[in-house]
Design a protein around this ligand. Structure first.
Ligand code: N7H
Length: 484
């Protein structure tokens, strides 16, 4: 079999690897670092960019070869480890980027008080209030985030040790290390039990003719001052035009949103059990909340496939023969055929976060999701305390985009949180996975052919315990920053 790589796209050699490649590793670490010595840190950033940072070209090519090799041999023969680096606005200031330059970047990235921003804009309140976040996220001491990824725990531990020393020698100190580990019992599933990472936007430049332009996820061009038109003899020189775009070193970089989201699995299960209407199975009621069954099968008619049987149990579990066909059409659906949400409720998580054909700008809001689970798998009959509901587990939510305001924040703020979205004069409720309200209690409406069943006063199952807005410069961008 011939090994084929992704198509040529010159910038892939400059863009960091997790952005377009996706590390796809079961073990990842986010090292939260503070810059103590700016000069040493710049030297360290330069060394990282030159010798350590994985590029999107490397990661996409590796992922492609990995898949082909696994398909041919039937086992995972190839291994790799990756490193990427991201910087906060505070970190940029510490290495000497002028406030006037930082001010040209995404306005949410440059916010000086992320806690207030999260509280007022994303509605992180109550248990999610920034006052309750892990202490390291409450100040603005985090300057740099190192993202490490490996296939197994031992290799990741080695990387953490190696790069801790590397960072300390480079004038930084370690504030904390967030560990992410894929579920060992159900690969690719998050802690509530659902398969995750199914719907990702395709990228046109990477060979997907229906994909979105790369410029939606990386800063493609920056407008720099200069270019004063030539002045004919005898005329006064023209003033330099104002800078209107991000600084030049932002080119090929991407904004990384990091949200540490704790999941209360027992509360999610209890809500589903206590409220499941008589005409639905548990499986189906849970699927109505997310928009997909645990297996990933959407509650929507996939083009080219018969209508999903929404009266039965998860159609994929126990039906391995249909799995491949269903997988091929997993994202091939729209909502116009189900305007009232009788198949998939309007407030289902995936319908709120990507309303597809329901709104004109849905594609413009899309993000590249790169999160990973953290904590031990929940058990209703725990054999150790870390399997109990009291243990901390959830999702290290990570996404990349060219604009935090227009992409990550917009769907959370305008779609997931308001009960009135989609706008048709009715209340649909919040997205019960991530939706938040001004004053706590949430609601959810389940449309059926005969009635709209409301559920009221629903406490959150997902609680924010920390967050960061970062920028992941390109390799050239890192070197330009280091050279200042
Ligand atoms: Fe979500 N979940 O397990 O219920 N998400 N998500 N998410 N999410 C998706 O299609 C989940 C979170 C999106 O294109 C699936 O890949 C959980 C945040 C978007 O059709 C599942 C948490 C934001 C999509 C989950 C969480 C989003 C999506 C289906 C937190 C952004 C794609 C699998 C603990 C603000 C929608 C898939 C589309 C899918 C879950 C967080 C956004 C199962 C548990 C914070 C855009």
């Amino acid at each position: 079999m011939a090994i084929s790589g992704p198509p040529a796209f010159a910038d892939l050699n400059d863009v960091q690897g997790n952005i377009f490649g996706g590390f796809l590793k079961d073990h990842q670490a986010f090292m939260l670092l503070r810059i103590d010595d700016a000069k040493a840190a710049k030297f360290w950033l330069n060394v990282l960019a030159r010798d350590h940072v994985a590029t999107s070209a490397e990661v996409t090519k590796f992922n492609e070869i990995f898949k082909q090799t696994r398909a041919r041999r039937g086992y995972e023969a190839l291994h790799s480890a990756w490193l990427n680096v991201a910087v906060t606005a505070a970190g940029l200031a510490k290495i000497g980027v002028a406030p006037t330059e930082i001010a040209l970047m995404d306005p949410s990235f440059t916010t000086t008080n992320l806690s207030d921003h999260a509280r007022t804009l994303l509605l992180d309140r109550g248990k999610s209030d920034p006052d309750h976040w892990k202490p390291q996220y409450r100040g603005s001491t985090i300057d740099v985030v190192l993202i490490l990824a490996a296939d197994d725990n031992e290799r990741l531990e080695e990387l953490i040790e190696r790069y801790s020393e590397h960072a300390c020698n480079g004038g930084l100190s370690i504030i904390d290390v967030e560990r992410g580990d894929a579920r060992s019992d159900r690969a690719g599933h998050e802690h509530f039990g659902f398969k995750d990472g199914i719907s990702q936007p395709g990228i046109r430049e990477l060979g997907d003719p229906n994909g979105l332009p790369a410029s939606q996820f990386i800063i493609e061009s920056s407008v720099v001052p200069g270019s004063v038109p030539p002045v004919p003899p005898g005329y006064a020189p023209q003033p330099t035009p104002p800078v209107t775009g991000p600084p030049a070193w932002c080119q090929n970089g991407s904004y990384m949103v990091f949200r540490r989201l704790r999941q209360y699995v027992d509360q999610f299960n209890a809500f589903a059990t206590d409220n499941c209407p008589a005409h639905l199975t548990q499986d189906l009621f849970r699927a109505k909340i997310v928009g997909r069954y645990e297996s990933g099968t959407p509650l929507a008619t996939m083009n080219g496939l018969p209508t999903v049987d929404v009266t039965s149990i998860d159609p994929v579990i126990g039906h391995e023969d249909v799995e491949q066909t269903v997988r091929e059409h997993w994202n091939d659906f729209a909502y116009a055929a189900d305007p009232l949400g009788q198949l998939m409720p309007a407030a289902a998580h995936i319908r709120k976060t990507n309303p597809r054909d329901l709104v004109g700008d849905s594609n413009a809001r899309r993000i590249l999701r790169r999160g990973i689970a953290y904590g031990k798998v929940y058990s209703a009959v725990p054999e150790s305390p870390d399997e109990s509901e009291a243990a901390d587990r959830g999702l290290l939510f990570v996404c990349y985009q060219a604009s935090i305001v227009n992409q990550f924040e917009f769907p959370q703020q305008a779609w997931a949180n308001p009960s009135t979205f989609p706008v048709d004069g009715q209340d649909h409720g919040q997205d019960l996975i991530i939706g938040q309200t001004q004053d706590g209690p949430r609601q959810f409406v389940l449309p059926t052919p005969t009635a709209r069943i409301p559920f009221q006063n629903i406490a959150p199952f997902v609680v924010t315990t920390g967050m960061l807005y970062c920028f992941q410069p390109s390799l050239a961008g890192l070197q330009a920053l280091a050279a200042r």
